[in-house]
Design a protein around this ligand. Structure first.
Ligand SMILES: Nc1nc2c(ncn2[C@@H]2O[C@H](COP(=O)(O)OP(=O)(O)OP(=O)(O)O)[C@@H](O)[C@H]2O)c(=O)[nH]1
Ligand SMILES: [Mg+2]
Length: 285
């Protein structure tokens, strides 16, 4: 099983060096950016323009859940104008995790080599994408844009949001023995060959739990790297963060952590149904 390099130290080198190799990295690999949208009509135009400017070679798949504010119509108009933007409209709001699952399945079926996750509310600066892609080129299975390593920042979050996110991440890292500072970040690039090894039908989480679950699974498949990002609080539209989403993440992480420990002492089937990890029996205890 591949072992992860020490993430935080590597991140800096990557952050400084990667821009040099960036120009080619998206040209040689086929990249699909999956953008989940719900009520992002005021943001999507800017997101898509900035995305195309930052990584001109990347294709885009917008997954909208029939947002009442007409986000899908904005997406379709932008697709006409920019080209290489596809829009997938689902009948009703079905969660962030399932939007990514649909987008990833589609991207893998179409033979993309890199799949990118990014919010559509301008919290994630598309200009960072070339650095994420270049870091992936260094052999990572997953590269995460991280708020919680040196150089990462969240300038305008309330103390409440900051604490929830920071302590939630510490809890997940401790329980799941993850060497990742920001497992809930939704700005990331996946190596498709590694992603393909995950059975997406098994991934059930919808919110922050989805990001943690994917990090947990990917960390068993190859190196996970973090690059510092500045996370900008949304200025338009409204947050879909909710108490059930936070609780889902907390309960899932607790369940996986406990079940991994029980299996280590010979109790129970091991990692929870719904989280079958490749090589789980090799997880060190
Ligand atoms: N398709 C789809 N997209 C969603 C759903 N829920 C959230 N999104 C999108 O997922 C991204 C992240 O959601 P946000 O509401 O920004 O959640 P957040 O970033 O945790 O919360 P804030 O930091 O307060 O913005 C945004 O692009 C949303 O539009 C959903 O059920 N379906
Ligand atoms: Mg957001």
């Amino acid at each position: 099983m591949p072992t992860s390099p020490p993430l935080t130290e590597l991140s800096h080198d990557f952050a400084e060096n990667t821009r040099l190799v960036t120009a080619d990295s998206d040209a040689v690999k086929r990249v699909l950016v999956v953008l989940p949208t719900y009520q992002e009509a005021d943001n999507l135009d800017d997101v898509l323009r900035r995305l195309r400017a930052a990584v001109p070679a990347a294709d885009v798949l917008v997954v909208d859940d029939s947002s009442p504010d007409g986000t899908a119509e904005v997406a379709k108009a932008m697709a006409e104008e920019l080209g290489r933007v596809d829009v997938l409209v689902r009948p009703k709001k079905s969660g962030l995790g399932s939007a990514y699952r649909v987008g990833f399945r589609e991207g893998l079926a179409r033979g993309y080599e890199v799949l990118v996750e990014m919010d559509s509310d301008l919290s994630h600066d598309p200009a960072v994408l070339p650095a994420l892609l270049a870091a992936l080129d260094q052999g990572a299975a997953l590269v995460i844009g991280s708020r919680y390593i040196a150089g990462g920042r969240i300038p305008n979050w309330s103390l409440y949001r900051r604490s929830l996110s920071r302590y939630g991440n510490r809890y997940a890292a401790r329980l799941l023995r993850l060497d990742v500072a920001d497992a809930t970040s939704g700005f990331r690039a996946y190596d498709a060959a590694a992603l393909e090894q995950i059975d997406l039908d098994d991934v059930r989480a919808e919110g922050y739990g989805f990001q943690i679950e994917m990090t947990y699974r990917m960390s068993r498949l190859g190196p996970v790297l973090e690059l510092p990002i500045h996370f900008v609080d949304r200025t338009r539209g409204s947050s879909k963060m909710s108490l059930p989403i936070v609780l889902e993440a907390f309960l899932l992480v607790s369940r996986w952590g406990v079940s991994e420990r029980l299996s280590a002492i010979g109790w129970g089937p091991g990692v929870e149904p719904g989280l079958h990890i490749h090589g789980a029996s090799e997880i060190p205890v």
